[in-house]
Design a binder for this molecule. Sequence first.
Ligand code: NAD
Length: 478
Amino acid sequence: IPVDPFDLVIFGGTGDLARRKILPGLFRRFCSGQMPGEATIVGAARSEMDDDSYRTFVREAIVEFGGGRHCEDGTLDEFLKHIGYVTIDARGTGGWDDLAGRMRDGIVRAFYFSVAPALFGDIAERLHNYGLATPESRIVVEKPFGKNLETARALNKTLAQHFDETQIYRIDHYLGKETVQNLMAVRFGNMLFEPLWNSQYVDHIQITVAETVGVGGRGGYYDTSGAMRDMVQNHLMQLLCLIAMEPPARFEPDAVRDEKLKVIRALEPVDYHHIVRGQYGATDTQPGYRDHVENPRSTTESFVALKCHISNWRWAGTPFYLRTGKRLKSRSSEIVVVFKDTPHSIFEEDAGRHRNVLAIQLQPNEGITLGVTIKEPGPGGMRLIDVPLDMTFADALGPEAEEVPDAYERLIMDVIRGNQTLFMRGDEVEAAWAWTDPIIEGWTRRGEVPKPYDSGSTGPDDALMLMHRDGRKWREIR
Ligand code: NAD
C-alpha cells in the first residue's frame, strides 16, 4: 500500500548512514510501489553540490548498497527524478530559505537528522525559525540519544521547544527488524507461549548481539562511548523490553511504549559482580581496540556481559543475561528463552533430558526456532533428542522472503505514516539512561579496566563464568 505524498529531507544526506542505509532503503520502497509519485527527497548537508551531482551520488550509493536488478531496468532513473539537494550548514544561515522554498504545503514533511547529535538542536531551531516546521512535520533522530541521563534530558528538552512528542521519532533500527515485530506476533498472537512466559516456566533469558567488526572508522566516537552506551542502553534494552513486557491493550504506539517503560523502570540496579567488561586485544596480524581508536591507554569497553533482574510479578527470580561485543567469533544477534525442566522425568536417566529453547534470531538470518524434545527415531529404545521447529523466514516464505524490508526502510515508511509504535519515546530513553548511568559511573569510580579478549573469540572468560557460576551456559555464538 503506497504511503501518502511526502517531502523528506535528509540532513547528513552525504553521510555514511544515508549512503548505506537510508537512500538504498528508500529506493527499495520505491521499487515495491510503496512510494507515491509525488514524493520528494532532498539531501541537505555541508558539501557543495547541486541536484545533478547529488543524483549521481545517490545512484552510486544505491548501486553499491543493494539496488539489485532494478538499477538496470530504468527504475533507478525514475527514482532519481524525486531527488534534490540543498547545501546547508546546520549552524549557519545559508541554504535554509532554498530548502523552505522546496517544501510543499499540506503534505507530510519528514526531517531525518542523520548528523552528529551535537547538531540536533541547531537543526530543530532553524526548522522552526525558517518556517519549515509545520503541524504535519515530523523529525527522525538517530542514535546516540545523549550520553547519559543528563544529556538525554537536555536533548529532549531542546527538541520539545520546537516539536511535540508526537512529532519526534527516535530511531532504534533493531525495532524495525521483521523478527522483532514477529516476536510480538508470536507472543501476543498465540495462546501457546504467553501462559508459560513467566518465572514459573522460564529458567532464564539470554540476549546476545555479537559483531565481528571492530570499531572501524568510528573510533573517535566509540572511544568516548563504549559498548554499554552504544549497544546496551538502546538496542539490548529495547529487545529486553519486548521480550519481557506485559501484553499491551492494543498494538498502538503509547500502549506499547507504556509497557516497555514499565519494564525499564522495574529493572533492578545491577550488582557490579554481575557485569563483565572486555576490550579486544591485538594479535600478531590484527590491531587491537587501542590501536583502532589510537588511544594506547583507553579503558573503554568493546564488550559487555551482565546479569539483571526485573522486579515484577511476572519475572521475579528469572535472570536475564545480556551480552554484546565487537570482534567476536561471528555476527549473530539472538534472544533465547530457556524454559525450565519438566517437573519430573518419566524416562530412564540415560534417555537424556532437554529443555525447550525458543531462539529468536535477528542476525544474520531472521527467524524463530523452538527446540522440542522427541524420541530419537529407530529401535534404540527411549532416547530423547532435541529437534527444532523452525520458522526461518527464508524457508517458510520462499522467494517472498527477499521482499522483507530492511529495518531502516520499514521505519522510514512508518514515519511517513505517522506510526510511532516502533520508535522510542523520550521517557523510555531517559529511563534506560537512569539504569545504565550508575553502572558506568561505578566503573569510573572504581577505576575499572576492561578484561582483554582475543579477536574472534566469544569475549573474556569471565563472561562465560558469569553464567557458569549459576549452572547455566551461553548458547553458542554461531
Ligand atoms: P557521517 O560523518 O558519515 O556523515 C555526517 C553527515 O553530516 C554528512 O553528510 C555531513 O556533510 C553532514 N554534516 C556534518 N556537519 C554538518 C553541518 N554543520 N551542517 C550540515 N551538515 C553537516 O555520519 P553518519 O555515519 O552518516 O552518521 C550520521 C548519524 O547517524 C550520527 O548521529 C550517527 O551517530 C548515526 N548513526 C550512524 C550509523 C552508521 O552506521 N553510520 C549507525 C547508527 C547511527
